[in-house]
Ligand binder design. Structure first.
Ligand code: PLP
Length: 374
């Protein structure tokens, strides 16, 4: 196997789910809401199947995906629990969606009618969740349309309103009045659905940011993603939970060479060694999802010590300055990011790349084998 691999600690993943439940139970002083774990985008890069199975084992009651194809993978593996489809399916996918028994978010009249027809031709009854847009500006009906759409679903022969949901764009910002207003608007909308004579089903809204910072948003069910993979959604959020990174991206030194002062390193010759030193080559690069913006700015962890990345990150390799008297050698394990507090984690990489940990994790490409521990 290639030296570069993503070690996935499922024990940390399950710990994070239990930690979210513990947090909600202690804040609520009672039973925690149900948990729908987002496993979209190949389980945020960790592998959709193993994460889905581990999530259900740790007490998740349902799973969240973005595409019908992702739901198909879970069903093909024998998973029978509810699978929420966060995205909108195309017309040509609706029959498959119905046969798979996915539970789609719906937000307009036409889509509801098409789903009812697809469910009829597949001979099934489908659970759907009405998605209300309270400020995300993405999929979702206007709050004033919600009671009418809820009633349309209730009267559709082949559909059942299993839930009513919304989504937050800034719940990872501490104490945002925008989020508080969204929560109020959402709960008022749910009340209007009830007053119009329709059971809204399971009421849910909270992503990781709202699970951590907005107990009023928990309702009947929460939908964590990034937090179960071990990261806070943003650097702003208070670190009140014990979240443990699940993925460790590791490689090893495959080549070392002693070089003279002023030796150029990598494409563009943008880096020159300030003095005599030893340069190690690591067989990982942006072709593995190790971002090129880490060129001459990132660091790696080798035997408990950190070393700087020097020169540009190439597609398949990058270089590290291990010093004139190196303590590591060919074959030494290199951690590119992971849970070890001494080394970089995906949040540090995200900051260096002006992005978010989500993109660092989902960006690890298919070339990198996922190795599961536990
Ligand atoms: C991805 C997603 C989530 C999870 O969000 P995190 O910020 O990763 O916790 C929840 N709900 C919906 C609709 C999503 O698309």
């Amino acid at each position: 196997m290639r030296a570069t691999r993503a070690v996935i600690r499922l024990a940390n993943f399950q710990h994070n789910i239990r930690e979210l439940r513990r947090h909600m139970e202690s804040q609520r002083g009672g039973e925690a809401p149900q948990i729908c774990v987002a496993v979209k985008a190949d389980g945020y890069g960790h592998g959709i199947l193993r994460c889905a199975e581990a999530a259900l084992e740790a007490g998740a009651s349902s799973l969240g995906v973005a595409a019908v194809s992702e739901g198909a993978m879970l069903r093909d593996a024998g998973i029978r629990e509810p699978i929420l489809l966060f995205g909108i399916a195309r017309k040509g996918e609706l029959e498959e969606l119905a046969e798979l028994g996915l539970s789609p978010f719906v937000a307009d009249e036409t889509y509801i009618r098409l789903l009812d027809e697809a469910a009829a031709s597949a001979g099934v009854k489908l659970n759907v969740h009405l998605k209300v847009d309270t400020g995300m500006g993405r999929i979702g009906c206007r709050p004033d349309e919600a009671p009418r759409l809820a009633s349309q679903i209730q009267h559709a022969k082949r559909l059942r309103l299993a839930g009513t949901a919304t989504h937050f764009p800034v719940a990872d910002e501490d104490d945002s009045s925008f989020t508080h207003e969204q929560i109020e608007l959402f709960l008022r909308t749910v009340k209007h659905i009830r007053e119009a004579g329709t059971d809204p089903g399971v009421v849910h809204a909270a992503n990781s940011g709202a699970i951590i910072g907005y107990p009023d948003a928990w309702a009947d069910m929460v939908r964590p993603g990034i937090s179960v993979y071990g990261y806070y959604p943003s650097a702003d959020q208070k670190r009140t939970l014990d979240l443990r990174p699940v993925m460790e991206l590791v490689s090893e030194i495959v080549f070392v060479k002693r070089v003279a002062p002023d030796t150029p390193i990598s494409y563009g010759c943008t880096y020159r060694t300030p003095q005599e030193t030893v340069i190690a080559t690591i067989p990982a690069g942006y072709g593995d999802g190790f971002n090129r913006l880490l060129s001459s700015t990132g660091r790696v962890l080798i035997d408990g010590k950190t070393y700087p990345i020097v020169g540009r990150v190439c597609m398949d390799q990058f270089m590290v300055d291990i010093g004139a008297k190196p303590e590591c050698c060919v074959g030494s394990t290199v951690t590119l990011f992971g849970p070890d507090p001494a080394g970089p984690n995906a949040e540090e990489l995200a900051e260096l790349c002006s992005t978010i940990p989500y993109e660092i994790l989902t960006g690890i490409t298919a070339r990198v084998p996922r190795i599961y521990l536990d």
